[in-house]
Design a protein around this ligand. Sequence first.
Ligand code: ZN
Ligand code: ZN
Length: 311
Amino acid sequence: MDLTNILNTIFQLLKEYTSNFFISNTKKYHFYADHYKNREVALLTQHGKESVLAPTLKESIGCIVTTVEGYDTDLLGTFSRDIPRAGTQIETARKKAHIGMELARLPLGIASEGAFGPDPFTGMFSWNVEILIWIDNENDLEIVAMSQGKTNLANVLTTNWKEAEAFAKKAGFPEHHLMVRPEGEDDPRIRKGICEWDDLHAAFVWGQEQSENGSVFIETDMRAHANPTRMNNIRLAAEELANKLSSLCPACGAPGYWVIERVAGLKCKRCGQPTRDTRADVYSCSKCAHQATIERTEAYADPGHCDYCNP
Ligand SMILES: [Zn+2]
Ligand SMILES: [Zn+2]
């Protein structure tokens, strides 16, 4: 054994000792895999989101999503621009969750909040970011999950039914609902939740009659129950949330032990140089300071992802 080996061994022993010391000195939470089983979780009724949230969470962690009536979530902002949106997405979700928990008098709450804009890569497509927040007041925990993807957010101002019809087809109507206004995008007169061709035509005729200039403004209805693409994104966020809630911290036992950073550098299968592919994930606890870097199981990256082999 040369000096380097000896030093390495000492270093490894020290590392093990300190991590054990850390683990044994962290307050343990009384969590186990089915901690939330049969527990009630408050959700303000939000445009039918419970139809994807309740079954996903029931199946994965066994909790019961209890919908709470008596509060109009549109007061916190809508997509039809009737009420201006305030605060960031997470803040709005947190506020919704707290209102639901107060109304239902439950220590557990969940809320969802969506945002729309241009895609972050090219700026050419409409993009949807869905946030889900889980609040556990008993354990002072807050866990956030997210899903994002392309969406059908679009609008058209037209005097022509054929053009309106073509727009509707492109927007995924009638599965994806539409909204109609006379004149332009800021007109307060509105018909929402249109989901049949006859109704769309009738709304178009109504819009033209109401309009001074003969123009009708048609746009996608982005409320969850009116938009299956968005609803699917909410379901994907619910799956991520369920995975996070099922992942317990090895040090303190709290749920929400999850990836906060990806480490690039997986070696190229052909030349052995590090690539930008993920080599390892850094997991971090939502509650204590515990972190660990876990190597991925893949040994090598596809040479197609290598800057040397495929510049
Ligand atoms: Zn290579
Ligand atoms: Zn922890």
